[in-house]
Ligand binder design. Structure first.
Ligand SMILES: [Zn+2]
Length: 215
């Protein structure tokens, strides 16, 4: 009898407690709360902003800057010349403009060698440069320019592939070079996106030739 009364009182107490919890909203199973929480978080977080659309009229009219090309390490265009013995004359002023090339004095008729592998793009005769060769490298990022040549190698043709060290011509004094001071005028241009053989940004060849002795 005492057990029954106790059980009845216990049951009544549990019902009362349950009623209180239910009315205060605390009687939700803990799993339900956990499931609801991330949902609530998801709703309160702002959606990631899409990148602003490129307006065509806002696009710049110039080409985007090209990724910087790694400067090449070049072979010497004249055999037996140590580039460490040469002085840069890239920044010297010549007839009112920067030289932007390297002059290497040599005897007339000295073989001129391709400094890297790549195609002959243009054989050109100009008033200042005389007999010249324009060669692209294999990546078509760089143009190599050899000027004041006495004559070309016998089989040299536009479009042909030169390998590093191939003879392309011979030292001379054509163009505006002094006849009693034959030399090779050698220039390196970084090409623009148009890949024009006559258009580029000149860089000093000497550090590239010195680099070529390290590889
Ligand atoms: Zn020069």
């Amino acid at each position: 009898m005492r057990t029954a009364v106790f059980a009845l009182g216990f049951a009544a107490g549990m019902v009362f407690l349950a009623a209180i919890l239910w009315s205060t909203g605390s009687f939700l199973p803990s799993q339900a709360l956990a499931a609801a929480a991330p949902e609530a978080v998801r709703f309160t977080q702002p959606a990631p902003m899409p990148p602003p659309a490129q307006r065509p009229d806002a696009a710049p009219a110039v080409h985007p800057p090209a990724p910087p090309a790694v400067s090449p390490a070049l072979g010497m265009p004249l055999a037996g010349v140590d580039p460490h013995t040469l002085q840069s004359n890239f920044s010297q002023m010549r007839n009112g403009h920067a030289h932007e090339a390297l002059d290497i004095m040599a005897a007339r008729g000295t073989e001129v060698l391709a400094v890297a592998q790549g195609n002959v793009v243009k054989l050109f005769t100009s008033k200042p440069g005389g007999l010249t060769v324009y060669q692209f490298d294999d990546s078509r990022s760089w143009c190599y320019y050899y000027a004041h040549l006495d004559h070309y190698a016998a089989d040299l043709k536009e479009g042909m592939l030169l390998r590093k060290g191939d003879v392309l011509g011979y030292v001379g004094s054509t163009g505006d070079a002094s006849p009693d001071a034959p030399h090779l005028h050698f220039a390196v241009f970084e090409l623009g996106p148009e890949k024009h053989w006559w258009q580029g940004t000149a860089v000093d060849p000497l550090p590239l030739l010195i680099r070529g002795t390290m590889f």
